[in-house]
Design a protein. Structure first.
Length: 94
């Protein structure tokens, strides 16, 4: 699998990120379709799904900080820049 799906100047779309985005989109669409069968308003279900996805991504980044910061990221200025790139989803400097 190619690590970068699209590379246009400073904008890079990683393959994993694209696959994850498609998976999130399909999950929300499936949630909207199946919500009425459980007596839930589809729009409410979509809103809840989006909030759950965003909170899961934020929680993953916070866990990265808790686990990795003491040893690697704060050990050097380059490590701190890498952390900021990951948090802000900036492309890597080559």
């Amino acid at each position: 699998m190619h690590p970068e799906l699209i590379h246009l100047g400073p904008v890079v779309l990683p393959t994993y990120g694209a696959a994850l985005g498609v998976a999130f989109l399909l999950a929300v669409l499936l949630l909207k379709r199946r919500a009425p069968a459980y007596g839930i308003d589809p729009e409410t279900a979509v809103d809840m799904g989006i909030w759950l996805i965003l909170s899961g991504l934020l929680g993953a980044k916070l866990l990265l900080l808790v686990v990795e910061v003491p040893g690697y990221y704060l050990g050097s200025f380059r490590g701190l820049l890498e952390l900021l790139q990951q948090l802000l989803l900036l492309p890597e400097q080559r």
